[in-house]
Design a protein around this ligand. Structure first.
Ligand SMILES: [Zn+2]
Length: 610
């Protein structure tokens, strides 16, 4: 941008407009619509919307009018924020904020106007459609079947108004006529997914005889519709597919309405269906949203995490709902959320439960929600109980499960839980001799110095020192808790180790994993093998900080997943280097380069950059 003014297709956007926009926009209030901010000193802090993080490093300074992230160095004024958040050009971001602040901005460049124009035209079509559907439901005689339906479902007038519910009457040209009268171009309505093109060049309504539920963006525009059948017609829900303003799997229903309450309660409730969500709001749970699909997507989990990490997952109590819960829990945890699982009685959904039992009982269900640890343990306990027979083997698997999911210092508490679920006593579990003694992680005393890093350093094989850090980390962790080999042998197979000595040592551990119970067992295994013993010494000394971090890690699965991910990334890099030199050789020798290789090369490059 030039200092005084910028020329876009002959139209001036004055610096004065920028100054006015900045003066009239409260940056904290604006950003606070999308990111939960908490007061800390003179600034407000929250989770950065521009990079994935679990602890807040995104600061907003309302007095100075700027934001800054100490994690990814994103910073600037509210215009910069909007440009980054919505991927807008400067003039477009300025225009959005100006409009919001009630400041007139004249003209703009035609290309930008077209792109923005298409979106705005779709918003206009959606808004008009939402008003039309709502009017039919609220006032017109054609809305009678839907009014009866709402009454049966317990949707009162206030709820219908608050969520702007509507009805698409049983007609082919109801909305089409309304759009025409409202001056909306039908090709725009086609792009919005509201109408379809007929054979004779005309258009007809997509939604007929359905209760219409509009989905709003955080900025207040209607971006999509869900159309529910009133009877048993299929499909039960007819939803907007991807359009220029809506991407399936990126939005959450009612997040615009729930954001404030969720920020205040520091918790959010996620349900499967629109009507579950609406019923919760009606019963006073204003922090409810709906996932709009069978399970979360990472994008949706990321949206939630910006508001609060505390997520109650309350899906239907049927097989599909349980499967969706399991998948969602994994996705939420990967996004840094702390999911808790609300168990409804078999056959219920939140809506039916609320109508049968009321808000107070639902509140009790929330209070009784189980942590994701219990949920994860439960899922695997069933497999253990049904897959293994001997009590000793079951106890062993139970301990492996605890080691996988629960940090050492919390394991005793969960041991009681798992023992109960497996029908064993806590002593049975203990007797499985798989207890990981937290003392292993304490710094060694003077008499342990013999195996300390100083001496080990002299013995270490050159290869092991050069080995990638994640290869050394995996060995260090397995050395302390060999029981984890049982769970991770498949995900980290020995062939993925690049370092020769480490690969050999690790392959031996994997082969013998069923008999390795304690760190001393590993030592015994290599007592005759000088090369291996030296490497183990070196790793145990050099990677002490890793094992301590792992032992104290609240989320051991996530920790190990990150290590697995680094193996995968290293594989990609190796393949890329191979391809790179192969392509070079082919190029020099003037040979034709096969298209597949070129494409793989390009795809890898994109992945590695991402
Ligand atoms: Zn950041």
């Amino acid at each position: 941008m030039a200092a005084a003014a910028s020329k876009t297709a002959g139209v001036r956007i004055d610096d004065s407009i920028k100054r006015e926009v900045l003066a009239r926009t409260d940056i904290a209030e604006y950003i606070g619509q999308f990111v939960t901010l908490r007061k800390r000193g003179n600034s407000l802090v929250g989770l950065c919307p521009f990079h994935a993080e679990k602890t807040p490093s995104f600061h907003v300074h309302p007095d100075k009018g700027f934001f800054k992230c100490f994690g990814c160095d994103a910073h600037g004024d509210v215009i910069n924020y909007l440009r980054r958040a919505e991927n807008l050009t400067f003039p477009d971001a300025l225009r959005v904020l100006a409009k919001r602040a009630g400041i007139e901005v004249e003209a703009e460049n035609p290309a930008a106007a077209r792109a923005r124009g298409e979106k705005e035209a779709i918003y206009a079509a959606n808004n008009l459609a939402a008003s039309y559907f709502h009017r039919v439901l609220a006032l017109e005689s054609a809305g009678e079947p839907a009014r009866q339906y709402c009454e049966r479902r317990g949707l009162d007038r206030a709820t219908i108004a608050a969520f702007k519910l509507g009805y698409a009457p049983e007609r082919w040209d109801g909305l089409v006529g309304e759009l025409r009268a409202g001056g909306i171009d039908l090709p725009v309505a086609l792009a919005a997914g509201l109408v379809k093109a007929g054979q004779n060049g005309g258009y007809y309504d997509v939604y007929r005889g359905r209760l219409m539920i509009p989905t709003y963006a955080a900025t207040g525009e209607v971006i999509a519709f869900g159309g529910r059948a009133l009877g048993s017609e299929e499909p039960k829900y007819l939803n907007t597919a991807t359009t220029p303003v809506y991407t399936k799997g990126r939005h959450l229903y009612a997040l615009n309405a729930a954001r404030r309450a969720a920020g205040k309660d520091d918790a959010i409730i996620v349900v499967e269906g629109y009507l579950d969500c609406i019923a919760l709001h009606g019963a006073g749970f204003a922090n409810a949203v709906a996932a709009l699909g069978t399970a979360f997507t990472p994008d949706q989990a990321h949206e939630l995490r910006k508001v609060t990490p505390n997520v109650f997952v309350c899906f239907d109590a049927d097989a599909a709902g349980r499967a969706a819960t399991a998948k969602s829990v994994d996705i939420l945890r990967a996004a840094g959320c702390n999911p808790r699982i609300v168990a409804l009685p078999a056959g219920d959904d939140p809506d039916s439960y609320l109508r049968a039992h009321g808000a107070q009982r639902f509140r009790a269900l929330l209070d009784a929600a189980v942590s994701w640890v219990a949920f994860a343990l439960d899922r695997e306990v069933e497999a253990i109980a049904s897959g293994f027979t001997g009590a000793a083997e079951i106890a062993r698997r139970g301990e492996a499960l605890l080691a996988t999911h629960v940090p050492a210092q919390e394991r005793d508490r969960w041991r009681v839980y798992v023992a109960g679920r497996l029908g064993l006593s806590v002593d049975d579990l203990r007797k499985s001799r798989l207890l990981t003694n937290p003392l292993h992680f304490a710094p060694r005393g003077p008499d342990g110095g013999e195996r300390g890093p100083a001496r080990a350093g002299r013995h270490v094989m050159p290869g092991a020192v050069d080995a990638p850090s994640f290869e050394r980390e995996v060995l260090a962790i397995m050395l302390e808790e060999p029981i984890l080999l049982v769970a991770y042998a498949k995900r980290i197979p020995p062939e993925r180790f690049e370092d020769r000595v480490l690969r050999r040592v690790y392959a031996t551990l994997v082969d013998r994993r069923e008999e390795l119970l304690q760190p001393s067992d590993i030592r015994a295994l290599f007592s005759e093998d000088e090369e291996a013993s030296a490497v183990l010494d070196a790793i145990q000394g050099a990677e002490r900080s890793v094992t301590v971090r792992f032992a104290e890690s609240a989320d051991r699965c996530a920790y190990l997943d990150r290590v697995v991910e680094r193996f995968r990334a290293a594989d990609l890099q190796r393949r890329y280097r191979e391809l790179d030199s192969l392509l070079d050789r082919l190029h020099e020798s003037g040979e034709r380069i096969p298209t597949e290789l070129r494409e793989e090369h390009r795809a890898l490059l994109t992945k590695l950059k991402g």
